[in-house]
Design a protein around this ligand. Structure first.
Ligand code: DGJ
Length: 729
């Protein structure tokens, strides 16, 4: 059992392989956070001895005698209104207008395994997993609000996941203004905050800032986790490296508006709040109703960012992603988007497929432009019937023709959107997200369907099912190309309008659950104008995600490196595109484009009809090589060896679970101006005594040599790269 409750001192101890998480009941009723970090073998046996006994200006809460002030206490799930006047995890306004909540312990249960979260994506366990859960029930006596704090300990994965469920057991409506998934504490101020921020085409770049007094926040109010920030932050000791130093990672399994904030108080304690963004949020909880909020995953690493990321990768790959593709290799695909945009017809697609077959590619994906009257982005989203002028054989016929060439066939859709110029809009103008009496802003000439409505959810389920049933379709790229503005639902009552953002996601999650279960053999790839909604919530439904619309290999060094802080390589879709690159015009060598793309799910995104026979042969060779490496890359442990954010190159490696092989990718970014010396790369995670032989048989080194002396990379010209692959003899 990795969760224990000590009745003598009212202490809960949650233990993973390397960490301890401790909570205790002060005076038998106030649940406090006491410790999270390196695994401890013993603890003080008295809760009171583990907390500061000083008074703050706000005094002590009623019921907490003996000089303890809640403003100083590390309350496990803090509320607002009484004497803790920092940012709370929970805040509600009750029917009589009062806004104070005082949570006290009622009971708890500990059990093996883990329950599913109703309506939300979450980590899961399989039989034989060492997972234990704890539910602690707290309650506010006056309003009869019950709050269930739910924790699950993934012992082997070194992870603690948590969420909260609210039950209105009283007689009046509760307006929940803020209900976060976690509040965590650091008991000193010596931390940096690391977060992933960027924009369209520059997603998830690593940012670091010192925590100081006040509140630092990253968030999204865009009705999507967004390109701009990710639902992840880490609290790291200054100068933490990939291999050394303390890091706490917090990652939210949610795709909508979120907040992640760190507040340093007067006493230099840091409180970390994360969950659904309270901005523009109000949830009416009627008597008898429950409200479940998203799950959050905490990882503590005393061995730097590397261990933290590997824990996230393993947990998310094995116990968040689902379905048959979780553990299998995905077809290597050619996507038509950068090859032809909207300018294609059936014969062009067939010719592309023939070339793709010659190059060793396994699947042809027809991107945007196959439906309605869509020859550009001004029309037809919502009209999910095939444009026979472009594709006379229809999707089923086209799929058959592509299958007979020897390729699988995949398709693109953007099911959450609607073009004002569409049949669907004529029929159901009220199905859009819009505010009454205010014109809705367009982006890319499109509006958003109101997924809080059941009939809209059903329409999407039916449209997607119909398309997938038209023929032998093996893959669906699910796109979502805009942020949401003028957030109003024409269906929800006035006093529930502020529930729209979260209800949208409950609706979307329902749709994705139904469709992914209905089509277990279809591979789903997520996309949101690139990596705009590439978050753990989406991984529950889509085992892979289009990382960014920026397909330039050098930009991708940064984007993929940042993304890898949390996301596993098995989920990261990485394509070889043309040179000059379509987004930024950069000219890069073909082998560099492939080497960078080989660190995720390799695919192609360029017009093969414009390539020479030699280049087609190069692609064939790349694919043959990747097939040898991909077991190690997609299912191995990732080690980041050189950061493009801190040096003039990027290097990452992947080591198979049993340490029997290692794949290394090294790529120069902007070296020339520095006239850099040779680059030394020290590997990690190998068997020190094992002898590793390169795949061309020219090099053989022991693991300890590779990890201590390392390899030299001599060609320091801009954009030059190399991949190396060793197997243990
Ligand atoms: C945005 C995506 O990120 C691209 O890959 C492509 O699918 C386009 N949408 C199509 O409109």
């Amino acid at each position: 059992m990795s969760i224990k409750f000590n009745e003598n001192n009212n202490v809960f101890i949650l233990s993973t392989k390397n960490t301890s998480y401790i909570m205790g009941l002060l005076k038998g009723k106030h649940l406090l956070h006491l410790y999270y970090g390196k695994k401890l073998s013993s603890f003080p046996n008295n809760v009171e001895s583990m907390i500061p006994s000083r008074l703050s200006a706000s005094g002590s809460a009623s019921g907490i005698e003996g000089g303890f002030s809640s403003d100083l206490l590390p309350t496990e799930y803090p509320t607002y209104g009484s004497t803790d006047l920092r940012t709370p995890a929970f805040h509600a306004v009750y029917e009589d207008g009062s806004a104070t909540t005082n949570l006290e312990y009622i009971s708890h249960t500990i059990y093996d395994g883990k329950k599913e979260l109703s309506g939300l994506p979450s980590t899961y366990c399989e039989s034989g997993d060492d997972v234990t859960s704890l539910e602690i029930k707290l309650g506010d006596k006056r309003t009869r609000l019950e709050v269930m704090l739910i924790y699950s300990v993934y012992e082997k994965y070194d992870a603690i996941v948590r969420s909260v469920n609210f039950i209105n057991d009283g007689y009046g409506t509760i307006n929940i203004k803020s209900a976060l998934s976690q509040c965590a504490y650091m008991f000193d101020k010596d931390f940096d905050i690391v977060h992933l921020s960027g924009g369209y085409g520059t997603e998830r770049l690593i940012n670091k800032t010192k925590v100081s007094h006040g509140i630092f926040t990253v968030d999204s109010k865009r009705m999507s986790s967004s390109h701009h920030h990710s639902p992840f932050i880490a609290l790291a000791r200054p100068n933490v490296s990939e291999t050394e130093g303390e890091v706490y990672g917090f990652s939210l399994i949610y795709s909508g508006d979120f907040i992640a904030g760190a507040e340093m108080d007067t006493y230099d304690n840091i409180r970390i709040n994360m969950g659904i963004n309270p901005f523009g949020f109000n949830w009416k909880l009627e008597p008898g109703d429950t409200f479940q909020i998203p799950e959050l995953v905490s990882i503590y690493s005393e061995n730097g960012f590397g261990h933290m990321s590997r824990c996230y990768h393993k947990l998310y790959r094995k116990r968040l992603c689902r379905g048959k593709f979780r553990d299998t290799h995905r077809p290597i695909l050619l996507n038509s988007w950068e090859a032809c945009y909207y300018d294609f017809n059936e014969e062009k697609i067939i010719n592309l497929a023939k070339k793709a077959k010659q190059a060793g590619i396994e699947m042809l994906v027809l991107d945007d432009g196959w439906f309605g009257k869509r020859d550009d982005d001004t029309t037809s989203l919502g009209d999910w019937y095939v444009n026979r002028k472009k594709i006379p054989s229809g999707l089923g016929g086209l799929a058959d023709r592509i299958n007979s060439i020897g390729l699988k066939f995949g398709i693109w859709m953007e099911p959450e959107m609607i073009s004002p110029q569409s049949e669907l809009y004529k029929e159901h103008p009220d199905w859009c997200i819009a505010e009454r009496g205010r014109e809705s802003s367009l982006y890319r000439n499109q509006l958003i369907l109101d997924l809080s409505r059941t009939e809209v959810q059903d329409f999407i389920i039916n449209s997607v099912s119909s398309v997938l049933s038209l023929g032998n379709i093996s893959y669906l790229k699910w796109d979502m190309n805009r942020n949401v503005s003028e957030k109003g639902s024409q269906n929800l009552p006035v006093d529930r309008q502020q529930e729209l953002s979260h209800r949208y996601y409950l609706g979307l999650y329902r749709v994705l659950d139904v469709i992914s279960k209905q089509f277990p053999n279809v591979l789903f790839e997520g996309c949101a104008a690139g990596g705009g909604r590439y978050d753990p919530g989406m991984l529950y439904y889509f085992p892979q995600y289009w990382t960014s619309d920026n397909s330039d290999a050098i930009s991708r060094l940064y984007i993929q490196y940042g993304t890898s802080l949390v996301m596993p390589s098995s989920t990261m879709v990485t394509h070889v595109s043309s040179s000059p690159n379509k987004q930024n015009g950069r000219i890069t060598p073909m082998d560099t484009r492939a080497n960078v793309a080989m660190t995720g799910q390799l695919g192609y995104e360029l017009n093969l009809l414009e390539l020479s026979d030699d280049e087609i042969l190069q692609i064939r060779t790349q694919i043959d090589a990747y097939k040898k490496y991909r077991d190690t890359v997609c299912f191995g442990d990732m080690y980041r060896l050189k950061s493009p954010f801190e040096s003039d190159c990027s290097s990452v490696s992947f080591v198979k679970d049993d340490k029997s092989s290692v794949f290394v990718m090294i790529c120069n970014s902007f070296v020339m101006k520095h006239l850099s010396p040779m680059l030394n790369i020290k590997l990690q995670g190998l068997d020190p005594k094992g002898v590793y032989v390169s795949d061309d048989g020219t090099m053989a080194y022991t693991g300890e040599f590779l990890m201590n002396r390392g390899l030299y990379f001599a060609d320091r010209r801009d954009y030059k790269s190399e991949i190396l692959y060793f197997e243990k003899q």
